[in-house]
Design a protein around this ligand. Structure first.
Ligand code: AMP
Ligand code: ZN
Length: 684
């Protein structure tokens, strides 16, 4: 046997042993006898003894039990992992094609080739291979940063630990981790037997299985991986998507299938319909089709929005419907005071998920639908969206029924509700003392995208509020102070809390104290102030202190200063400004109380103004050798350079890579400084 054959054999044994480990350790039924299992281990040991320098990193001989990962580390994606734009109708798809051609300045009559692929309903993951060896695996996370799940995914069958054939020294493969329908059924059946909570669908099951701190649990769940995308690659691996897919397959991955190369809209829609009708024959869940340009030279030109790339779009399958009865309508008070009618339904299973409630949005929606209590209704569920009532069957309306009447007083605080003719949403304006609003704001404050305080979920926030331990965000931090023993003991005395959970809570509160100002503002739950908007505002000030001073100094006389500054920010509209001003009119004290506990992370302002490239206008052309286009752009933006796509006489530098375009001539004409990649990088 030569070296390659030995490695191959070792890899094979490692997988085989792993596979039987799972069957064995998790009390499923082992497929082989103990003796046969031992034989495999012996064979492995023998080879390893003979060739000690070929022992695999993940060798079964190194695994004594499974190591426990204490917490997932975060991994920054060099190329962001984005979502996809959605389309639902043929017209939407057509518009997408038109827009794409317009963007690329391609004549309408010319056909673009799109590859149509199934959109797998799983968990996306990225896998980085260095010199052919799996180095890191990570989840999509928030698109910029994911969780390091390397240990967990090593047991997944479709994820090779070593690449086959010829491959670039660094290659990042992206795709979907999924659970087959059969495995999903099996898993739920065994959970049912063991009185464990069931997974709602294969996607949740796959995600829940991967995000396990104990890789042994992941290994016990049979998962698969389909590759369909890539991140950073050190060499060119093809010029069309089809070519690249072939390459990805050649190095040992399974591709999502079936796919079809389409050269016009009709072919795309035919494929969509065909797969929709035949999807039950696939053994994995899909929620639509993805169309991607086949010519990847367009990808860089098209670029992406914050949310999704422009070279692809998904065509979602219609939502699934369920029929049930409307038992009652309850009125909830949201954190901004909006009163939302919530339909209580006789439980029904739609697409594998048990549905008990549906949103009715607002008063108009109830009118539009013309519902009464007792109606037989059809309920729609699409992906993660809150289920909605779409219709009722008038033939099945009971003879005696109850109308739905909208309350005149807040169901939480009893204040009269303000009905504004122009606003379909009815609100309780008692923001300062309406319990459901205050609690709702606190729940938002600790939630994942806000302060992300682990151990404080909805239930705990309500509990701590009811026992008067917290009333505003600052109180949460007061719980974790070293001298807050009495408060901590009070928590400890509540049902369900133990010493460990209290300690963990204190730790996670303390851990969350360092935040960027945009995050802090977003966490306050100000109406219309999303994370993006908060960031935009914050970045327009030179430091956190600047903006904070402005807010804390806000009074009737000088509010116009702030309004004026906000109005001058491109992308900030009137709604946000009004909401922000009126929020801080009432909540200045809440904000300053909170700030006392926090340390502001100034990274938003970290661009070093003394950096040579700070504020310089830069244009890139050609392919770069050392970094991808996105990386080089990100790097430049970080230090405060301004990137544009066209040369003008305002441009400071044109950075030229391999095979540059016509921009070089233009730069010369306009006497713009030209830098090579190397020269440019030397400024960092
Ligand atoms: P969404 O779930 O709406 O954010 O859609 C984007 C996600 O679809 C991506 O992040 C991937 O996880 C997933 N996806 C599944 N199949 C594909 C595919 N064939 N191509 C691209 N993305 C896919
Ligand atoms: Zn109220």
């Amino acid at each position: 046997m030569n070296k390659e054959e030995i490695i191959k054999k070792l890899k094979h044994l490692a997988r085989e042993i792993e596979y039987h480990n799972n069957l064995y350790y998790n009390n499923d039924n082992p497929e082989i006898s103990d003796a046969e299992y031992d034989q495999l281990k012996i064979e492995n040991d023998k080879l390893e003894k003979k060739f000690p320098d070929l022992v695999l990193d993940n060798s079964p001989s190194k695994k004594v039990g499974a190591e426990l990962i204490s917490e997932f580390k975060k991994i920054e994606h060099k190329v962001p992992m984005l979502s996809l734009g959605n389309t639902f109708t043929k017209k939407d798809v057509e518009n997408f094609i038109v827009k794409t051609k317009r963007f690329l300045q391609i004549d309408k009559s010319i056909n673009l080739e799109f590859l149509a692929e199934p959109k797998i309903d799983g968990l996306s993951a990225t896998l980085i291979y260095k010199n052919g060896k799996l180095d890191v695996g990570a989840t999509r996370g928030d698109g910029r940063k994911g969780e390091n799940i390397t240990e967990n995914i090593k047991s997944i069958e479709g994820i090779p630990l070593f690449l086959d054939g010829k491959f670039p020294s660094e290659i990042e493969i992206r795709g979907e981790i999924y659970m087959s329908n059969i495995e999903f059924e099996k898993l739920n059946a065994s959970r049912l037997k063991n009185a464990l909570p069931l997974f709602a669908n294969p996607r949740n099951a796959a995600a829940g299985s991967v995000r396990q701190l104990d890789p042994k649990i992941t290994a016990s769940r049979k998962l698969g991986f389909f590759a369909y995308n890539w991140g950073v690659i050190s060499e060119n691996i093809g010029v069309t998507l089809l070519e690249i897919r072939e390459f990805i397959k050649s190095i040992g991955f399974n591709l999502n299938h079936p796919v079809k190369l389409c050269s016009n809209l009709e072919q795309m829609i035919d494929f969509y319909k065909y797969i929709y009708e035949n999807r039950s024959k696939l053994d994995f869940d899909i929620d639509g089709i993805v169309y991607k340009l086949n010519d990847i030279s367009f990808y860089d030109r098209l670029g992406s929005t914050d949310h999704s790339p422009r070279y692809a779009v998904s065509h979602k399958f219609p939502a699934e419907l369920g029929i049930t009865t409307l038992r009652n309508v309850k009125f909830q008070v949201g954190r901004t005071g909006a009163i939302t009618p919530v339909a209580e339904l006789t439980p029904v299973t739609i697409g594998g998920v048990r549905i008990k409630r549906a949103s009715l949005h607002n008063k108009d929606e109830i009118h539009r639908l013309g519902l009464v209590i007792g109606d037989t209704v059809s309920v729609k569920r699409a992906g993660d969206v809150i289920p909605q009532i779409v219709d009722y069957n008038h033939k099945l309306r009971p003879l005696k029924y109850e109308n739905i009447s909208f309350p005149e007083y807040c169901p939480s605080c009893g204040n009269p509700l303000k009905i504004d003719k122009n606003d379909p949403i009815i609100r309780c304006l008692n923001h300062m003392s309406c319990k459901e609003q205050i609690v709702g704001q606190l729940i938002h404050f600790v939630s994942r995208n806000a302060f992300n305080i682990e151990g404080l979920g909805e239930k705990q926030v309500i509990e701590l509020f009811n026992t008067k331990l917290i009333r505003e965000p600052a109180d949460i931090f007061a719980l974790a102070l070293p001298d807050a023993i009495i408060k901590q003991e009070k928590i400890l005395s509540l049902p369900g809390w133990g010493k460990l959970s209290v300690t963990n809570l204190i730790n996670s509160i303390n851990k969350s104290k360092i935040q960027t100002l945009d995050k802090i503002l977003y966490s306050l739950g100000i109406r219309h102030l999303g994370l993006g908007t908060a960031k935009l505002i914050t970045k327009n000030y030179t430091s956190s202190a600047d903006l904070i001073d402005r807010i804390l100094g806000l009074d009737e006389d000088n509010k116009y200063k702030l309004i004026n500054e906000l109005e001058n920010i491109n992308g900030i509209g009137e709604k946000v400004i009004i909401s922000l001003i009126s929020y801080f009119k009432e909540n200045k004290l809440l904000f300053s109380n909170l700030l006392k506990y926090l340390t502001i992370n100034e990274s938003l302002f970290s661009a070093d103004t003394s950096h040579y490239l700070y504020g310089k206008r830069i244009v890139f052309t050609g392919k770069f050798e050392h970094l991808s286009r996105t990386e080089i752009k990100n790097k430049s933006e970080k230090i405060g350079a301004l990137i544009s796509s066209q040369i003008s006489n305002k441009t400071d530098f044109l950075v030229v890579g391999l095979k540059p375009g016509s921009k070089v001539n233009k730069a010369q004409q306009l006497s713009v400084n030209i830098l090579t990649e190397k020269e440019f990088l030397s400024y960092f």
